[in-house]
Write a protein that binds this ligand. Sequence first.
Ligand SMILES: CCCCCCCC/C=C\CCC/C=C/C(=O)SCCNC(=O)CCNC(=O)[C@H](O)C(C)(C)COP(=O)(O)OP(=O)(O)OC[C@H]1O[C@@H](n2cnc3c(N)ncnc32)[C@H](O)[C@@H]1OP(=O)(O)O
Ligand code: FAD
Length: 664
Amino acid sequence: MEGIDHLADERNKAEFDVEDMKIVWAGSRHAFEVSDRIARLVASDPVFEKSNRARLSRKELFKSTLRKCAHAFKRIIELRLNEEEAGRLRHFIDQPAYVDLHWGMFVPAIKGQGTEEQQKKWLSLANKMQIIGCYAQTELGHGSNVQGLETTATFDPKTDEFVIHTPTQTASKWWPGGLGKVSTHAVVYARLITNGKDYGIHGFIVQLRSLEDHSPLPNITVGDIGTKMGNGAYNSMDNGFLMFDHVRIPRDQMLMRLSKVTREGEYVPSDVPKQLVYGTMVYVRQTIVADASNALSRAVCIATRYSAVRRQFGAHNGGIETQVIDYKTQQNRLFPLLASAYAFRFVGEWLKWLYTDVTERLAASDFATLPEAHACTAGLKSLTTTATADGIEECRKLCGGHGYLWCSGLPELFAVYVPACTYEGDNVVLQLQVARFLMKTVAQLGSGKVPVGTTAYMGRAAHLLQCRSGVQKAEDWLNPDAVLEAFEARALRMAVTCAKNLSKFENQEQGFQELLADLVEAAIAHCQLIVVSKFIAKLEQDIGGKGVKKQLNNLCYIYALYLLHKHLGDFLSTNCITPKQASLANDQLRSLYTQVRPNAVALVDAFNYTDHYLNSVLGRYDGNVYPKLFEEAWKDPLNDSVVPDGYHEYLRPVLKQQLRTARL
Ligand SMILES: CCCCCCCC/C=C\CCC/C=C/C(=O)SCCNC(=O)CCNC(=O)[C@H](O)C(C)(C)COP(=O)(O)OP(=O)(O)OC[C@H]1O[C@@H](n2cnc3c(N)ncnc32)[C@H](O)[C@@H]1OP(=O)(O)O
Ligand SMILES: Cc1cc2nc3c(=O)[nH]c(=O)nc-3n(C[C@H](O)[C@H](O)[C@H](O)COP(=O)(O)OP(=O)(O)OC[C@H]3O[C@@H](n4cnc5c(N)ncnc54)[C@H](O)[C@@H]3O)c2cc1C
């Protein structure tokens, strides 16, 4: 059956041009060509083989990760890959590794917080990987509460040095990726103390290991924090612990772009907002949003192809059974995830634009949009990672029993992805940041300050607080204004209700703590509005290609109406829609599922994933699932011998009843 495309019928049904959709998914023809070329390069290189990852011991997995990273670096140099191509190469190698933190956080932290001189010195080393760095912020006792970090950096004017110290066990750095076994350097976040005064958290470049023999430098204790969830999965990463015993570094290793300490030990505060010290987190949260669509689309691609291959029930007189993708229940679980993958793609594109815009403004000393950029990156990171992690698990269930096999690709994908709900800010803690931003915006309504950007809708409070949806028939739910109005009214009404409830408390902070759960829900409603509105905005762009826009339109309204259905309680209790309108939305949703059904396989083909990248027997491009499941089963070490190890010691005595006591 090798060489036969078992999904050919599905592909023939498609009503749009897949090649054109591939360009839309990639973002541009250029981006598509780069991704396509690099994905094939990785897939054809035996060093990047990954099908046996789960069977490796932690040590073997880690060593093979080091090998892959070194080989990737060699190929980048040999092929003279540019930054974009190198990034795609690391992406398609698809193995969490120290390089993610080196390129993803260490380098950006120096770029964002280092002076020009510091950038020149440290980036020239980091860019050539003559030093390897990590981002050491979280401590054993403090992760979310950055202000609560305990590590100290005390200035010693006698020697012009900072003394980096871990005063307690809870102050030990704990979690930084790449720290455990690899990094030679770290950007360490510590409390800056000079002239006996604590000036709060600042970043410092600290060398951890010898560049000669890799041993830890004196007074530094460093190691790996231990095995994490899942076989293979995130265990290729050396998340580490780190303790300093009065380690001295030169004063000029404090990242001084924002604030400084002079030779005399005087603290010179920054003339820009102090929150810019959190800038690396804003950057990474933005990349995590862009990455959510990769992970979700991968799971959806596997579940969609397999749902088209898999048949259950419905056979009459020995005929073939029904493809499980034809069951409305399967569609109701799968198609909203397909739509979410596209929605997150487009909101990720938009967030990248927002981040670039705020960065340019900051460079021109315009800080006005920083709070919004923080709220958007925090809220969308939280929203998209939660939905993606849940979505991957749903895809596993959509694949029935075979989804639970490691070779489905889904267990490992879930185990690698799920910590995204925690790292770079716990998802609840991040939504609370959005809630604070919303409460401030609501408080300013009526003050003459006009809300802008993603909160511009709040400026139409007079209308949105009292409007009733005009939807009268199912098709009305395909009207962008109707959908936007319902989402805007719901988000605003939830925020305003929270603000009203807050105002009943004398102590605002106490009130905030009391209302945390409602505030998170209001923040989620606001973030969902952002995603829906950016999908609708995408449809307003000039999108070419046969039938492409129609498909995107269907997916956009599936995303919106599915959310409406899922959060019906919000929409009904805030009187944004009536039960009748909710029922019409459901009718429309079912109709959209029917329209997407013949296009489903082509819509996941548009992700252009190689079989290597998917690493899934169930998600194979050719749909040749069953023989390949057998092949994988035969490869399992338990099948190396017909009679298992341990038979003579532990099975035979049981079977032969040699373990029976005399009494029995
Ligand atoms: C394409 C491929 C891409 C792949 C993508 C993968 C990349 C890497 C992959 C994987 C590796 C994972 C690596 C993980 C790394 C980490 O986890 S690093 C550690 C991350 N840690 C956190 O995120 C901690 C979370 N906590 C915080 O961010 C903050 O402490 C806080 C919760 C925001 C609270 O801050 P604070 O204590 O200061 O308290 P507040 O009083 O609430 O805030 C003060 C004001 O500051 C504003 N604020 C807060 N944060 C920011 C920010 N980041 N930017 C701008 N402004 C900020 C806040 O709104 C307050 O403002 P106000 O005074 O006006 O109200
Ligand atoms: C795989 C992985 C990689 C990581 N990589 C790095 C790295 O490279 N560098 C680095 O510095 N760190 C890293 N981290 C650490 C990560 O950033 C933190 O774990 C994260 O910020 C969450 O903090 P925490 O662990 O302290 O959670 P906690 O804050 O202890 O959260 C525990 C619970 O308390 C709740 N909670 C906490 N505060 C509040 C509040 N104010 N209101 C309501 N609820 C609250 C949370 O919602 C959560 O349910 C990594 C973590 C993981 C899992």
